[in-house]
Design a protein around this ligand. Structure first.
Ligand code: ADP
Length: 425
């Protein structure tokens, strides 16, 4: 464009020059002066035109630049919005007034088990198979104001039957355009399954704990009342006093374990937990020493397998307590005279602590729940052995607060191996 301007200017000069020359050759002074003024006027006019053209061009360039900037900024905002929506844990779905899908994010596509590109503009009737959700969206569009409900979306959009409950808090809001006109509804689905599960676990825990505490308290009360009614009868005292003491011990063990669990729940791996560089062989030795009397009473042998040099950063008192729980279980749930092995080894980044027994073993259906609080395979036997039903839950929590985990392998009639994995650092 700039080149065109220069060419036009040169052509103009040439035209002016030739016009001037032609005027001079005519020989008439007044005629030459007339052409001269005309040429100057022409030249000025063309100059003004060029200047105006240049200004227009500059303005167009500015508008183009501003338009490009606006498009860039709109694209950036659009991409940011897309990124925000797709990284949201919540499923987001926009639906127009005719129940057609305007847009949905990745979480919504996953939840409904659809490809976003395939369902845009489709009616929710053909996309969402869950009756409750469809009815909720239709209701949101009808009432035209913000609504909220909790739905079980176990049967998801694809119509597949989910094995577990999937609780979602679903919120519907009015979707408006730039002028404020209603164009549909925005549906946000928040997965609260885990929250509800935790609430159930907590409720069950309170109920189990109350029940566990109530049993010895009732037994103590009954024994004390009988003793009171029998006056100073030494026979009754001999019979009921040991019972009261046994039940009081049980109560104290339950309360002690509950307090341990409560303390462990407050610990955060790598934050509040106090750790120090410890000799693992020494921790194993102390744990075995603590359980030796129980094992001796049942003529059981405890073998230790651990290299003397193994060290790790951990809380020795807690790891010791976990191993004592596992060893005591091995003693409790094995026949007299059997052998128990306790071992420690480093495997990659993990320190693996294992307790293996030749005991009764655990049926496979119990294994997934065996580390739950108050879960027992045989309640009567556990109580008879003085168990609280909290020993393995404590072991699991101790592994967890170290940033580790637990596992169990067991075969009925052959025995069990309980393992704790804690970071070997
Ligand atoms: P408890 O106080 O009842 O022993 P735990 O939490 O320590 O509670 O163990 C939970 C249940 O797991 C026990 O009641 C028992 O049924 C089973 N269990 C634990 N350890 C063993 C084991 N080594 N062999 C067989 N069963 C076991």
């Amino acid at each position: 464009m700039r080149l065109m301007g220069v060419i036009a200017f040169v052509v103009m000069l040439l035209t002016f020059g030739s016009a001037l020359g032609a005027g001079g050759l005519e020989g008439d002074g007044s005629r030459g002066g007339y052409w001269y003024i005309l040429d100057v006027a022409l030249l000025l006019g063309m100059g003004v035109c060029l200047w105006a053209l240049w200004r227009v061009r500059r303005a167009v360039r500015r508008v183009e630049r501003e338009r490009d900037l606006t498009i860039d900024s709109l694209m950036t905002r659009h991409n940011e919005l897309e990124a925000t929506l797709s990284s949201m844990v919540e499923a987001v779905l926009a639906v127009d007034g005719h129940q057609r899908i305007i847009s949905l994010n990745a979480a919504a596509a996953r939840l409904l088990d659809v490809q976003p590109s395939e369902v845009i503009s489709q009616n929710i009737r053909d996309v969402i198979k869950n009756d409750q959700l469809r009815a909720f969206i239709a209701g949101t569009l009808r009432v035209g104001e913000a609504v909220q409900a909790e739905l079980d979306l176990s049967k998801n959009g694809s119509g597949k039957e989910a094995t577990e409950k999937n609780n979602y808090v679903v919120q519907g809001a009015v979707l408006s355009d730039a002028t404020g006109g209603r164009i549909g509804s925005l549906i946000v689905l928040h997965d609260v399954t885990r929250l509800r599960q935790l609430e159930t676990v907590r409720r069950d825990f309170v109920s189990n704990a109350s029940h566990e505490i109530k049993t010895p308290v009732t037994a103590i009360k009954a024994a004390a009342e009988t003793m009171k009614e029998s006056g100073d009868d030494p026979e009754a005292v001999d019979q009921f006093l040991p019972m009261i003491l046994r039940q009081a011990d049980r109560l104290s063990a339950i309360v002690e374990d509950l307090l341990t669990l409560a303390r462990l729940e407050r610990e955060e791996p790598g934050e509040t937990l106090e750790v120090a560089r410890e000799s693992i062989a020494e921790i194993l030795r102390v744990a075995v020493e603590t359980c030796q009397t129980n094992a001796d009473e049942r003529e059981m042998t405890i073998e230790i397998e651990c290299d003397a040099g193994i060290e790790a950063d951990l809380n020795a008192a807690l790891i010791e307590q976990a191993l004592v729980n596992l060893l005591n279980n091995a003693v409790k749930y094995s026949d007299a005279g059997k052998t128990i092995r306790i071992s420690a080894e480093k495997r990659g980044n993990w320190l693996v602590l294992a307790v293996t027994d030749e005991g009764h073993g655990i049926m496979s259906e119990h294994l997934p729940r065996i580390f739950e609080r108050f879960y027992r395979t045989d309640k009567a036997r556990s109580r008879e052995m003085g168990g609280t039903g909290l020993g393995l839950a404590i072991v699991k929590h101790i592994a967890n607060v170290h940033g580790g985990r637990v596992s169990v392998d067991s075969k009925v009639g052959e025995g069990s191996t309980f393992r704790m994995y804690v970071p070997a650092g």
